[in-house]
Design a protein around this ligand. Structure first.
Ligand SMILES: Cc1ncc(COP(=O)(O)O)c(C=O)c1O
Length: 412
């Protein structure tokens, strides 16, 4: 596959075996296009942005601004002012929880999260509730891993007590189920509830159009999208970003600073980007977005669907294997699944399986996957996860399933 050749990290051996990298849900490998930008800038194309008139600063500023334009285009935001650069999904959600909380939340207000959230989309809201006196409520997940929109309506439909925010994942990193975001947001907006979408997994596997989805906020990380670590995005509708108080103070986020008259802030997005930005990383994120933009997303979605169908079929044949997150038509909606397979297998602990797979060159994940409430829902304390990216092959899937069967023979 031509795409695969662009990722030098995939061409390595571990323990003398070709690497089969199936931990893409945690972080993805990077294409040459991204590595080249990082290398060039680390090696010399390096001058602090937005501050100086000299050549290197201007070059770096241009690259930073170009990344913002690329992200705006990629998710179809209305304006570049709606794209705030952060250190990743977690940083975006903490920024949002702080700034949204300080601006709009009063004691007794309700905030809704789902049971399927990553800790990054739970803990910042819990902290915000502690700061503000708001109450966190939970939209529970069904046995299939799907979220039932009817249950959302029941949570929202309390006259005089409409929640202030719904925080929901586009795609859970455990279940891989694609939540029907347009429908969820339509319902929330009917009750005048804004929606913050955790797109850490969604942005990687689905074409995201924030305007079509009508998300009020959409956040994601660069490193899962074939970009550098330490980079991320908070998309927010301009009306919110304009009203929200800043999160951190410092250089670049101000309009004027006076020791006697106080400080006025720059308009968004700069209001939320205090201090020297990770401008090299963000230029790399821009390159990653341009890389993905250059791909045939329909062909990739079709390919990932093929991997998903084949994987489910093969894994379901393994005795005692339970997969969490089963695609299907529920509540009149199609719930697709991306190639993320979390499972428990009777008679073998996920960590032991992952350790033995590692010796066969397979990088898979085991543990709570930063989703303890969701695992608890399924009475698990640990699962095994294989998560595929666009560069993984069907041969790698076969090798994973064969290896898993061999490992299980050793363990059970
Ligand atoms: C659904 C989801 N949300 C949030 C995160 C947190 O992302 P990061 O660690 O890049 O901030 C992850 C990472 O695994 C994730 O999968």
């Amino acid at each position: 596959m031509q795409i695969r050749e662009q990722f030098p990290a995939l061409d390595q051996k571990v323990y003398g075996k070709p690497l089969v990298y199936l931990d893409n849900g945690a972080t993805a490998q990077k294409p040459r296009q991204v590595l080249d930008v990082l290398q060039e800038m680390q090696a010399g194309m390096n001058g602090n942005i937005h501050r100086a008139v000299h050549y290197l600063s201007v070059q770096c500023t241009e690259r930073y601004d170009r990344a913002r334009a690329a992200v705006r285009d990629f998710i179809n935001a209305s304006s570049e002012n709606e794209i705030v650069f952060t250190g990743g999904t977690t940083a975006s959600l903490n920024l949002l929880a702080f700034s949204f909380g300080q601006t709009y939340i009063r004691p007794g207000d309700r905030i809704i999260v789902t049971q399927a959230e990553h800790h990054s989309n739970i803990v910042p809201w819990q902290m915000m509730c502690q700061r503000t006196g708001a109450l966190l409520e939970v939209w529970e997940v069904e046995d299939t891993g799907a979220l039932d929109p009817k249950k959302l309506e029941q949570i929202l439909d309390r006259p005089g007590e409409a929640p202030r925010l719904l925080a929901v994942t586009h795609i859970s990193n455990v279940l891989g189920i694609v939540n029907p975001m347009e429908e969820i947001i339509r319902i929330a907006h009917y009750y005048h509830v804004p929606v913050a979408v955790d797109g850490a997994q969604g942005i990687v596997h689905k074409k995201v159009d924030v305007r079509k989805m009508d998300a009020d906020f959409y956040v994601f990380s660069g490193h899962k999208l074939y970009g550098p670590t330490g980079t991320g995005v908070l998309y927010g509708k301009e009306k919110y970003l304009e009203e929200m108080v800043p999160w951190q103070g410092g250089g670049d986020m101000i309009e004027t600073v006076s020791l006697t008259r106080g400080t006025t802030y720059a308009p968004p997005p700069m209001k939320f980007e205090a201090g020297t930005a990770n401008f090299i990383g963000i230029a790399g994120l821009g390159a990653a977005v341009e890389f993905v933009n250059g791909l045939d997303t329909n062909a990739i979605e079709a390919y990932e669907k093929k991997i998903t169908e084949k994987a489910i079929e093969s894994l379901q044949k393994i005795e005692g294997c339970r997969i969490y997150g089963i695609p299907g038509t529920y509540y009149g909606q199609v719930y697709e699944k991306i190639p993320v397979f979390s499972m428990s297998i009777e008679g073998a602990h996920p960590s032991d399986i992952a350790m033995l797979l590692d010796k066969k060159g397979i990088a898979a994940r085991s543990g709570m996957l930063c989703a303890e409430p969701l695992l608890e829902r399924f009475q698990q304390t640990s699962v095994l996860r294989a998560s595929f990216a666009l560069y993984n092959t069907l041969e790698e899937l076969d090798y994973f399933v064969e290896s898993l069967q061999k490992v299980l023979k050793m363990l059970r």
